[in-house]
Write a new protein. Sequence first.
Length: 367
Amino acid sequence: MNVIRTIKLKLNVSSDAGNSLLKTMRDYTVAFNICSTWGFESRSVSKINCHNATYHNVRQSVPDLPSSLVQGARDVACEALKAVKCQFKPLRKEYSAMRYNSRVINVFLTSGYATIATSDGRIKATFGIPEYYRPYLTWKIKSSTISLRKNNSTFYLHCQVETDTPKIAAEQSVLGIDRGIVNIAVCSDNTFFNSRVVKNTRSQYAYLRAQLQSKGTRSAKRKLRKLSGRERRFVADVNHCISKQIVQKPFTIFALENLTKIRVQKRRGTGFNRKLNNWSFYQLEQFIRYKAENLGKQVVSVDARYTSQKCSVCGHVYKGNRNGSSFKCRKCGFEIHADLNASRNIARDGISDLGRSPVNRPIVACL
Ligand SMILES: [Zn+2]
């Protein structure tokens, strides 16, 4: 099973090399647009036909562009046309990102540099590796893209890297995770991730937001945008911390309730809170997934129905079993925190789910 990740590295280049990259981007765009125009006019997404029809013209228009990049631009143009079913002509901006294959770029992740073919010959670029990318240095590079952030003329290298997941330990143990509003996550091993800090911070943001919204001036709108970015990063940070702690627990499989069911449940909440909650639930799941996969562990989704009403000891399902945060089974008298009860049900469903499906079923890698 392969896991694929994309890492984004900031390139350090000399000003000459930077100019060469800019020229290459302009050339690449010319090549792309010739190909997409031909494809659009002849209603064709065939790479071979496009090559035969446009190669001569492209070579004359941008004689310095390395031929691998000519091919790359043509392939990307054909794929773009295919994606829009030739309904309109996809046009590139002058400095859009360029796809590079292994013939035109050599990336040395562990040494921190790359050599890149441009319209002015090969250039060298160096990059620092942030700490959180260290685990990926030994992975195999699948493809690379070079992009430009225009306002500060910084180039970025996006590398798609790939690895086989390590073998999962023979003995499988399942941890159930219940997500909620009061407790962000409750695990079936009795861990609670509730955060008063999160709640306080969120309500501060909500208060500020309401104030700014009632003002409605242009500067208030600008501040709102800033605020939402800051809040998003805060929630992402919390989700990173929680997911990291969860996947490091000594379990090989993590069971989460199916998210679509949560969405239905929480529909009663107020507008923005609801949206943010859904979004942060989803993000927590994404983070748990990719961090678990990196460790060769697995994540399964289970049906969320009845997880909060069912007794995790005797299996009795009754709505009145749950009262707010406390759970008391009307049949066997078992008492427990309601979210913990739910997480144990999720763990159990995760185990029975495994029994029905092949153990090493593929998990879709998230990019
Ligand atoms: Zn019971």
